[in-house]
Design a protein around this ligand. Sequence first.
Ligand code: CTP
Ligand code: MG
Length: 227
Amino acid sequence: MNIALVLAAGSGTRMNANQPKQFIVVNGKPLFIYSVEKFQNNQNVDAIVIATNKENITKVEELVKGYNKVKSVIAGGKTRQQSVYNGIQEIAKLITSEKDLILIHDSARPLVSDAIIDENIALGKRYGAVDTVVQASDTIINSKNKETINETLNRSELYQAQTPQTFEYGIIRKAHKRALLDNIPNVTDDCKLVMNFGVEVHFAKGDKFNFKVTTPEDLELFKALLK
Ligand code: CTP
Ligand code: MG
């Protein structure tokens, strides 16, 4: 089984809107629905679980009524990591094997493609742990004081991580359990947890359209792309 875990439990502070960004309506649809539709319409995805803010569970359940792959809407947590953990607990009820794949996706990436989803699944089956990446096109620098450059990094070795990130159920569950035991509560990237656990993470090819809607400018960009 291939199960998508769609994360929509953040507060969207950098968006500066009057509601969490996943609920901002664009062309008649809340932002998170775009991601739900991508997984609903992909023929290799069997089920979808959505994590959202506790107070919005009923609202989300209403909004996803027409999407038959959505098996449950659950409460996320304070951090992204905790939202993923809650999702894993719920997905435990759906899986048929420890090797079933979980595709963890930011609902704030509405333009994820079938090609990305399909490659995540194909490589997930082969390797058990997959990150969607694009090679950095800007030079990336490091600054400790937020004012001057400490280091100019070697661009040819740098990638930007997107989502989905895809894991065998057994691997991601163990990695999250281990993180809890080690008192790590706030890692924004699941690949980091899996690597802490000694698992190699393979690349799936992302693309620039799969950007994360984070700031008001990103939202403008998304609206422009829909036109
Ligand atoms: N997310 C989540 N639970 C959290 C935090 C984040 O499910 N406790 C989700 C968000 O809804 C989003 C994705 O993780 O789809 C990526 O996180 P990010 O872009 O950082 O969203 P927010 O945390 O909502 O935004 P911000 O960091 O600006 O507050
Ligand atoms: Mg965040």
